[in-house]
Design a protein. Sequence first.
Length: 307
Amino acid sequence: MMMNCYLSLGANLGDKKKNIRLALEMITKIDGVELISVSHFYETEAWGVKDQPNFINAAAKIKSELQPLKLLDELQAIENKLGRVRHGKWTARTIDIDILHIDGVVMKSDRLTLPHPFIFLRDFVLVPLMEITNLNFDLNGDKIIQVDGSPIDFNFKMIACIDKNFGLSHNGKLLFKIAEDLKNFRELTLNNTIIMGRKTFESIGKVLDQRRNIILSRTQKNIAGVEVVSDLESLYKVLNVNEKNFVIGGGEIYSQILPYTSEIYLTVVDEVKAADTFLTNIDQRNDFICDKIDRRNGFEFKHYVRC
């Protein structure tokens, strides 16, 4: 059974923001774990041991089917891969990932206590946690400053045309070609950035005009009029946080960027097609709400915002 779990991430050595972003990406690759949402980044003074550099902190919500100690093993393996050296409690580190809370779990062992015993003593935990839980906590008055660098700063917006079962495509080809949907797509993305995978670009077959075209792919060669980046960290380096960055496909790219997405534009066609690639069923999630539906003949435009 998948359970909601809340994590605190921090770093005060090396490229602190990058270390947290890399940790988040590595969390997405743990079998049995799904990254749901991430907070902004915050700069705070060190807690416990004061004579050390300031921290960058964030919070993340995941769903996990792992037993708590197994999840802890996986998170500590990420810390080790990112160069954490353990010198004792509350000392400087390249990355720190704490399990704060797992729904329905209360435990105390030599390795893990849940809920985390210091949650309510640390504003660097509470402030980002409030973002992703929509809860309010009494704060302690610690100095904490929001800074840029979180993946959610890049204003990602997803746009897709799907069938009733959230099917996206079959054999690399879109399921539908609807004039009103194509017009809506153009109006939304015009003069903005569009981000896609290699197969999506190949299915389109051309550079889309009056838009900044970016392909996220490890294998795609350079193409005139297109920027190619190999991974999310490379993508963050070329994006402007003041732009609208539209993710237009395919399925793998949607999955990668969904935890950092602020808005979703769906054209939902009242049909079921033989699809082999699917979008996550947004209607079954509790981190997005549909705030607008525009019904047309045979389909509807739906707009979702992160809640």
